[in-house]
Write a protein that binds this ligand. Structure first.
Ligand SMILES: *Cc1c(COP(=O)(O)O)cnc(C)c1O
Length: 430
């Protein structure tokens, strides 16, 4: 193993290191790092894939398992608020979405939630025949759009975001729904949700936004933007834990009339009447499906405490400071000092307004570089074929982390350490 701590004591870029420390010294979110349990030697830049462990989670899970499940048993559905949890936790997420209470429900995975709201959206536009989605959308989203189209006899058009306006101009009247991500999961590019929603509405189409890479990372204004439907996972920037349940946003203007295809018993108007015919509950409660994964849901509830009292504007400002500083470090350490031969290319937009909360670099040996960095305690990830992704969760990442990550990348490139045979293997998960 290399000795990163030793290396860290003699940085070769004192001015950039000093700038990192100065930025951290005035960071208004510095105290938030204590809300997470992270190994001290780890520089964790993969919170856009699996958020760090929130400090209140282990104690809460212990209580949920031993007292609520172990002692209170089935009474917990009433006495410990289990039954209301999908809507109660939904309201906590709603604040982060710029949504009034009563419009967000939690449960199942993003893929399931997307299926549910996408079919519901198309049922609101029964005489239209086209679904639009991004050819660069997360695979699950594309698969589900295709599957919904097969199910309902619709046609899918894959249109990159910059070409959406033209598509609305030509086939807008045929479009039932558009299904896009708020932030591109590979490049980290943020799309103008408000503008695109307005453009879709102008041609009478409905919008289904995937917020996986936006929720908890930047302010959202779902109500003000008049978004029709949105879904998102909770294990990325919200740090809800592996497999924590996803959410759907269904605004009030739709929630009493939408016909959701996954008509589960917990979304029934009177679930304990146990009648044979489905009558949906009022409002977003009809978006409940079956029994929620209660342990994961309550872990998420505890994880959300990390956002208590935090304004998303502050989170956004810190995130942009981190990503801007990351790009400065790339310029200073990987380009200016003559490492052009290293072949690192910045993929994330340099315009802060067009950035989400990650930095993506392109390099033909991305997979091996990411593995060599992990051995040096810098955890990012790789997206095939050639992207290195570094997620920047403003609640626990520091500018010093960013500097060290880029410095260690430079060191790997300089020494060719990533060419070692052990970095040729690729795990199941990347
Ligand atoms: C992470 C992610 C998902 C994950 O979907 P699951 O069903 O929760 O596994 C879906 N869409 C996008 C855009 C993502 O980034």
């Amino acid at each position: 193993m290399p000795a990163p701590e030793h290396e860290a004591t003699r940085p070769r870029h004192p001015a950039t290191a000093a700038r990192a420390d100065a930025l951290d010294a005035t960071d208004p979110l510095a105290h938030c790092r204590g809300r997470f349990l992270l190994p001290s030697e780890v520089i964790y830049l993969d919170g856009n894939s699996l958020g760090a462990l929130s400090a209140g989670v282990p104690g809460r899970i212990d209580d949920v398992v031993r007292r609520q499940w172990g002692r209170d048993l089935i009474r917990s559905w009433n006495d410990n608020g289990w039954w209301e949890a999908p809507l109660r936790v939904g309201d906590r997420i709603a604040r982060l979405l710029g949504a009034a209470p009563g419009q967000v429900v939690v449960g199942d995975s993003t893929s399931v939630q997307l299926f549910n709201v996408l079919v519901a959206a198309t049922r609101l536009r029964p005489d239209r025949t086209v679904l639009l989605t991004d050819p660069a959308h997360f695979p699950s989203d594309q698969y589900i759009v295709d599957s919904v189209a097969r199910l309902l006899g619709l046609r899918v058009e894959r249109v990159p975001v910059p070409e959406l306006a033209a598509a609305f101009g030509s086939i807008g009247a045929e479009v039932a729904a558009v299904c896009y991500g708020a932030v591109d999961y590979r490049t980290g590019e943020r799309w103008p949700m408000g503008e695109l929603t307005a453009a879709a509405h102008e041609v009478g189409a409905l919008t289904v936004w995937d917020l996986c890479h936006a929720v908890g990372a930047l302010p959202l204004r779902l109500d003000a933007d008049e978004v029709d439907f949105a879904v998102g996972c909770t294990y990325k920037y919200l740090s809800g834990g592996p497999g924590s349940p996803a959410f759907s946003y269904v605004p009030r203007r739709h929630s009493d009339c939408v016909d959701l295809p996954l008509a589960g018993w917990t979304g029934h108007r009177r679930p304990f009447d146990m009648v044979g015919g489905y009558e949906p509950a009022d409002g977003v409660a009809r978006g409940r499906i079956g029994t929620p994964p209660m342990l994961s849901l309550l872990a998420l509830d505890a994880a959300l405490d990390a956002f208590d009292g935090l304004g998303l504007e502050l989170v956004r400002a810190k995130s942009l400071s981190l990503s801007g500083f990351f790009l400065d470090c790339v310029d200073a350490l990987l380009v200016d000092e003559g490492a052009q031969g290293s072949g690192v290319e910045v993929v994330t937009p340099r315009d802060p307004d067009r950035r989400g909360s990650q930095v993506s670099l392109r390099h033909p040996e991305a997979g091996a570089l990411v593995l060599a960095l992990i051995e040096r305690h810098v955890i990012g990830d790789m997206r095939a074929p050639d992207l290195l992704r570094f997620g920047l969760n403003a609640l626990y990442v520091t500018h010093r982390d960013v500097f060290e990550a880029v410095r260690r990348l430079r060191e790997v490139l300089d020494t060719g350490a990533h060419r070692a045979p052990r970095f040729r293997a690729r795990g199941h998960v990347t």
